[in-house]
Ligand binder design. Sequence first.
Ligand SMILES: CC(C)(COP(=O)(O)OP(=O)(O)OC[C@H]1O[C@@H](n2cnc3c(N)ncnc32)[C@H](O)[C@@H]1OP(=O)(O)O)[C@@H](O)C(=O)NCCC(=O)NCCS
Length: 165
Amino acid sequence: MDYTIRTLTTKDIYEFMALTKYIDSETDFLGSAPTDPRPTQMQILSSLKSGRQLIMVASTKNGLIGHIGAFWRRGTGSRVKHCMNVGLGVAKDFWGMGIGNALMESIEVQAKQLGIVRMELEVMTHNEGAIALYKKRGFVVEGTKLKSIKIGDKYIDEHLMSKML
Ligand SMILES: CC(C)(COP(=O)(O)OP(=O)(O)OC[C@H]1O[C@@H](n2cnc3c(N)ncnc32)[C@H](O)[C@@H]1OP(=O)(O)O)[C@@H](O)C(=O)NCCC(=O)NCCS
């Protein structure tokens, strides 16, 4: 499987928006529902230009197949700017090919270059595949957020996981 991992560019925006919508529709493991309002083209462009977010994509000759984003959820104040939150998704047809791992590795390298010390994420406690990926990359479970997600009538717990870079 030939793919490259690279930073999202402004030329990718529409394809990126379609990919994230598509991945949201394929899985219930993400915090956003397919029907939720999505970031607009302008919001993505502005966050790319301002450097408020790192977005990397997995790209084949046929198009984008995965993405990962890291951002300063608590802002960039002097006491928290060393922390970033991360989230990723790969189109289902391409699961199990090492793409999630490669995306995570690339964003860790970029984050480290920016001086990030702590990467953190939330993952649903039954998302065994993602948890295995994060553990493989050295993330540890710090705790469990009870009922932090609601899908339909069902409440779901999430693990808070982190890795010191
Ligand atoms: C989680 C996700 C990103 C993994 O991407 P992927 O490209 O399939 O993962 P990789 O092929 O790089 O797998 C890397 C490692 O993760 C683990 N892993 C991945 N999927 C797994 C699964 N279904 N079961 C068990 N382990 C799994 C394995 O340890 C694997 O290493 P190995 O191949 O050496 O055994 C992908 O399944 C996905 O997009 N899921 C839907 C969205 C999602 O859950 N995002 C995370 C929200 S927190």
